[in-house]
Design a protein around this ligand. Structure first.
Ligand SMILES: [Zn+2]
Length: 279
């Protein structure tokens, strides 16, 4: 009797485990269900990026500014975990006064000029970009899709949700009804992206304290009549700021008052702010 129950269970488990494909994420150290393959993530990013760009006023039409954003992005990408270095990374400044930043799976990062004009130096912009890169390397959209597809561990194995379904659902998770870019992260995801952002910043020689300043700037702007849209997609509870402060004290004390960790306010002024409207 025991044997007849156990045998199918063992057979099922031995089928599920390799298929379910839980892998440890090299950026976060967390075990993650692989709702999407790397290629599917890249495909989703490619399929959504034009719509997102159009929705936020298109790309800012000054190529030198776009090149600058790209340089800063790629400087950070040099320091992501090796598995993510050769994603088809793209960094785009959106021609929109809305205050937000986005990351699509597979390495497409966007920031609005409404957000960038609030920054005071290159390190702060690197803080925003590093945070978005963190959402990509932590594969938060993969997790979201795993949840949305009905705890896909079971569903995929049972054939209820195939991997290509998961990819389709992925695109619909990102672009919600009416074409509005709806994705919003949870508190734990925000903390993870902050941690990774500071890691990449410090490795790239930026002062990671700039990450804290970005959050303070956004928090201070949240009391006005038009709170930054960024805060609805990237929630910022006070605990998140405290968490960044704690990490700065614990892991990055050596970066403070240290010329190896820079801010670059001057070139941010000349290569970015001076070229944006109204500055
Ligand atoms: Zn975020």
């Amino acid at each position: 009797m025991i044997r007849t129950i156990l045998l199918p269970a063992i057979l099922v488990l031995s089928t599920i485990l390799p298929l379910a494909g839980c892998k440890t994420n090299p950026a976060t150290g967390r075990s993650q269900f692989q709702a999407m393959s790397r290629d599917q993530e890249i495909e989703i990013g490619e399929s959504v990026k034009d719509e997102l760009t159009d929705e936020y006023g298109g790309a800012f039409p000054d190529q030198s500014v776009q090149n600058y954003v790209r340089e800063v992005g790629l400087r950070l990408v040099e320091h992501v975990e090796p598995q993510y270095k050769d994603l088809p990374w793209e960094f785009t400044l959106l021609d929109s006064e809305v205050i937000n930043a986005f990351a699509l799976p597979g390495g497409k990062v966007f920031l609005s000029r409404g957000l960038v004009v609030m920054m005071r130096d290159e390190a702060q912009m690197a803080g925003v970009i590093g945070h978005e890169i963190g959402h990509v390397t932590a594969r938060h959209i993969n997790d979201r899709i795993a949840r949305q597809t009905g705890f896909a561990v079971g569903a995929t194995v049972l054939g209820a949700v195939s991997r290509s379904d998961a990819a389709r659902i992925g695109a619909s998770v990102i672009v919600g009804a009416g074409g509005v870019y709806m994705l919003s992260y949870g508190r734990d995801e925000e903390i993870e992206a902050d941690t990774l952002g500071m890691r990449y910043m410090a490795r790239a020689g930026y002062d990671p304290r700039a990450q804290l300043e970005v959050m303070e700037i956004l928090r201070d702007a949240s009391g006005g009549s038009h709170p930054p849209e960024f805060l609805s997609t990237h929630p910022l509870p006070q605990t998140r700021i405290q968490r960044i402060e704690r990490e700065l004290r614990r892991d990055y004390a050596h970066t403070q008052d240290n010329p190896d960790y820079q801010r670059y306010p001057d070139r941010f002024r000349t290569r970015m702010l001076d070229r944006l409207p109204g500055n």
